[in-house]
Design a protein around this ligand. Sequence first.
Ligand SMILES: [Ca+2]
Ligand SMILES: [Ca+2]
Length: 176
Amino acid sequence: DWVIPPLNIPENSNGKDQSKTLSYSITGPGADQDPLHIFIVQKDTGDLYVTQRLDREKQDFYKLLIHAVVEDGSAAEEPIEIVINVIDINDNKPVFTEDIFAGEVFESSPIGTVWMIQVNATDLDEPGSDNSIIKYSIQSQDPQKPNSSLFTINPDTGVITVGAAGLDSQVRFSKK
Ligand SMILES: [Ca+2]
Ligand SMILES: [Ca+2]
């Protein structure tokens, strides 16, 4: 959505100017500069088109200048600057910063013991938006002895704690 400033037509205009054909063009990154031709404008109508899928994670806004020129070559109006914001959608999954987070915990550790492990993931979607909120949970535990939920993970911080008694050996923990 954008607002185009009003066009100025002098009073007492006999209308001759209005019969001239305007020719529209756009300049700037995304048009005639790298990345080329993401936006094109229809020369005679001024309709602006996007030619490909936009990726906010590559470029989150474009600033273009729209020029309107009378076809005899004289400038009709000052160029208009428009800013096109690319709205984020949730198209990136969180990715763990490590393939394996490994740690050690003493056997017989009491419930609530903070294991010296905090898993961490990042998400490329817009920071601070709902699209990049990360919640951690444990999907599975191997082996499932002496019970299947020896550990708990803080969904917000990724800190893993001992969630049940009965640790009797060194365990290894992966992202799965
Ligand atoms: Ca996301
Ligand atoms: Ca996104």
